[in-house]
Write a protein that binds this ligand. Sequence first.
Ligand code: AMP
Length: 480
Amino acid sequence: MTQSFSELNLAPALARAVADMGYETMTPIQAQAIPQVLTGRDVMGAAQTGTGKTAAFSLPLLQRLLKHENASTSPARHPVRALVLLPTRELADQVAEQVKLYAKHTQLRSTVVFGGIDMKPQTAELKKGVEVLVATPGRLLDHIEAKNCVLNQVEYVVLDEADRMLDIGFLPDLQRILSYLPKQRTTLLFSATFSPEIKRLANSYLQDPITVEVARSNATASTVEQHFYRVDDDDKRATLHRIVRERGIKQAFVFVNSKLGCARLARSLEREGLNTTALHGDKSQDERLKALDAFKQGNVDLLVCTDVAARGLDIKDVPAVFNFDIPFNAEDYVHRIGRTGRAGASGLAVSFVSGKDARLVGDLEKLLGKKLEIEALELEADRRPAGRFNDGQRAWERDESPREPREPRAARPQPAPRAPRAPADPFFDQPYEAKGSDAPPSWENAQRAAAAAPRGVSPNIKTRRKVAALFKASSPTEGG
Ligand code: AMP
């Protein structure tokens, strides 16, 4: 199988762009998909984010569009030839950025349209004419209805992150959009998993597709060190704080299951001195792009996010991912931890399992095809972040924000007396070798403050309970 880009005979303009990006060898999905797309075959690709799938469809698609390349200023000479559909704004923006980079030495034009921002600048771009249009389904339909773009010359359609588009409920929108396109076209579908719904979608819209798969679907990368800790809901935040501090983690994604929980957790962590921002669907488009940019620039250490907001974001080398909540949808676990351990780098994925998560853990074990070892964890009084924990009230319960009234507190059981200290957990003794900047992360300030705080046993601090490892890990996971 072809491995080096030089064997592909890409047009010089594209080969130059690939060289500019610093790519030499193809990733497995690229090696499998690019030659197929170059022949005009429909492709159904099972690939997680981080596998290089954007280039896997963009490069051959651009190569095949080069015959239409022209320098005319007439919009009529630049009809939409390729349509790339994605589920979220951030993902659309990111893919469009990559397409622009791959096409930068050609005269092919590309643009992106997504909701949440003014349509006018998008309309102006569309009216100038573009060969490659990257879009989210809803906003694309708005533009179609406003007659801002005509899709009757589309030759290529890419349904990227197709499983997520179906999860979000975009199927009717997709069906409408596809009904506007010529029947004679090449259709590419990429999805992290091939669920029965995805197969149905492929059967309806792809013709004799070739399937390319780079990792067993639902596999997690072998470069990710995965831990599951038994943590009560009330102790999750302190545990998170402890782990980032003790492992010296410079940047991490923290996944939560709800938008409200996301905003609340980000605020609490920020107040504790962790440089945090939240990314969720209730934020304006501008706020979301700013949050993302700040994280990419390294100005933010923790990005607290929901699955929909974070799906597919190309942020490389995040040292750690926390599953503050076990995801409702087991497949999201694979996507979440795909944020770390990318491209061969090692990563850490820590998941907090609370008492109510038994069913979700069961789903996860089924999906991953192995039993999970749930480890016990003790919070030590002197290790908690400064000043927030020993009064029996959680920081978020103090939140007086008028928009998010606090829940009434449930009566707490009397705490058990503290057990003798158990031997140190080797997990926390092992040094973490962080990559990148040597600047101390923001939470080190909080750590210093914590060290200065008086010692004491909080009624909220659990004694170390040996929670038996439920199961032993059985099979190694595959890379992707
Ligand atoms: P994707 O899965 O398309 O989101 O790509 C993940 C990341 O891998 C992106 O930042 C790409 O720039 C990068 N990438 C894609 N193809 C290659 C390659 N052949 N060699 C090195 N990096 C690549």
